[in-house]
Design a binder for this molecule. Structure first.
Ligand code: PLP
Length: 398
């Protein structure tokens, strides 16, 4: 009897499992709208020109590959703090923010979750209903009880804001509340700035612990617009955590680059929290990798590369909006008039409102792969596959 006989076969990850099924599908016309990846018009992952140029410069420098500090590359941390909080932000000048480089957005969430669990193992974590699949698993694995607050209203095709506020008001003080800063995954429905004001106030009043997850800055309305909620939390004076990811906005998925910031009431708290974050990192993977951080730092700090990156990101954002509209038009042309909401959703995803059976039919009959929840990645559409997807959706709807 081996110790490892105790290991049960875990179910396949729902999204990565779907990709495996997609890869095994022999139909040449297949379309993968399952994973959260932005693909270009050619159906391929783009290498952004700004990132390519930064990489060429780095290669030309031929620097040796030393270890980074536990909290990551200083130039990266400085650059992303400017991007997130604003270079002139008083909270940075006051040294009230503890920031570490992380292994993508997921790594930031996990390091943050581990810190929180160490400080309050009994706390409950609230995530949105629905949320990115990994939120529940990640916080559960970190040792928390995970529950959900109301978010999506399928009837209204929007946010159940009253339900959301009610659930937050009912939460025990100390409850950790995970919020999507922009481009909500999977629904594509974001809170308005006025609604955020109310959420920020309720979290503060109730003594809840906000954990903002910002994986898609720049994909909604713009870099500053999508990050506006961060300034609202800073202005409220409450402590909060913020994870960011540069997987999507720099198309650097495989480099695993992100950051975790904890905003606190004093420089002393920030110092203590940073020391604890460093222990978590040191005992898990010691220190983060170099390349992604160097690329992001180079692009953000060089004025030409920065301008080029902002233009490229803006191009991705507006192209997704166009794809949404073309899909809506294609559906309308096929007699499906009630899916116009897709055009107004934000970010890479669309909650299509299709049922599980319809999503299965899309897969089996039309080789169009989306999640059973009805989530589709509109950022994987292109002029070559849009017509087929619109036709397939119309067919499973009829
Ligand atoms: N948070 C949300 C809401 C996401 O959608 C994702 C990625 O899909 C992440 C975090 C994780 O980002 P990363 O791939 O950088 O780990």
């Amino acid at each position: 009897m081996s110790l490892f006989d105790r290991a049960e076969l875990a179910p396949a990850d729902p999204i990565l499992g779907l990709t495996e099924a997609f890869n095994a599908d022999a139909r040449p016309e297949k379309v993968n709208l399952g994973v959260g990846v932005y693909l270009g018009e050619d159906g391929k992952l783009p290498l952004m020109a700004s990132v390519r140029e930064a990489e060429e410069r780095l290669v030309a420098q031929r620097k040796p590959k030393s270890y980074l500090g536990i909290d990551g590359m200083p130039a990266f941390r400085e650059a992303v703090r400017g991007l997130i909080f604003g270079t002139e932000a008083q909270v940075l000048a006051d040294a009230r923010v503890a920031t570490v480089q992380s292994l993508g957005g997921t790594g930031a969430l996990k390091v943050g979750a581990d810190l929180l669990h160490q400080l309050d193992p009994e706390a409950t974590v609230l995530i949105s209903d629905p949320s990115w699949e990994n939120h529940r698993a990640l916080f559960t694995r970190a040792g928390f009880k995970v529950e959900a607050y109301r978010y999506y209203d399928p009837e209204a095709k929007g946010i159940d804001f009253d339900g959301l506020l009610e659930d937050l008001r009912a939460a025990e003080p100390g409850t950790i509340v995970v919020l999507h800063a922009c481009c909500h995954n999977p629904t594509g429905y974001d809170l308005s700035l006025e609604q955020w004001d109310q959420i920020v106030a309720v979290l503060d009043e109730r003594g809840l612990v906000p954990f903002l997850d910002m994986a898609y800055q720049g994909f909604g309305f713009g870099i500053a617009e999508d990050g506006a909620v961060v300034a609202k939390f800073v202005a409220s004076g409450q402590d909060f955590l913020l994870s960011t990811s540069y997987s999507k906005s720099f198309s650097l998925y495989g480099e695993r680059i992100g950051s975790l910031s904890v905003v606190l009431g004093s420089a002393d708290s920030a110092k203590r929290v940073l020391s604890q974050l460093k222990i978590t990192i040191r005992t898990n993977y010691s220190n983060p990798p170099t390349l992604g951080a160097a690329l992001v730092a180079t692009v953000l700090t060089d004025p030409d590369l920065r301008a080029s990156w902002e233009t490229e990101l803006g191009g991705m954002r507006s192209r997704i909006k166009e794809l949404r509209q073309v899909l809506v038009d294609g559906l309308a042309a096929r007699g499906i008039q009630d899916m116009g909401f897709i055009a107004g959703q934000l970010g890479m995803f669309s909650y299509s409102g299709l049922t599980k059976d319809q999503m299965v039919a899309l897969r089996t009959e039309h080789a169009v792969y989306g999640l059973d929840s009805g989530r589709m990645c509109v950022a994987a559409l292109n002029t070559g596959n849009l017509d087929r997807v619109a036709g397939a959706i119309a067919s499973v709807r009829s």
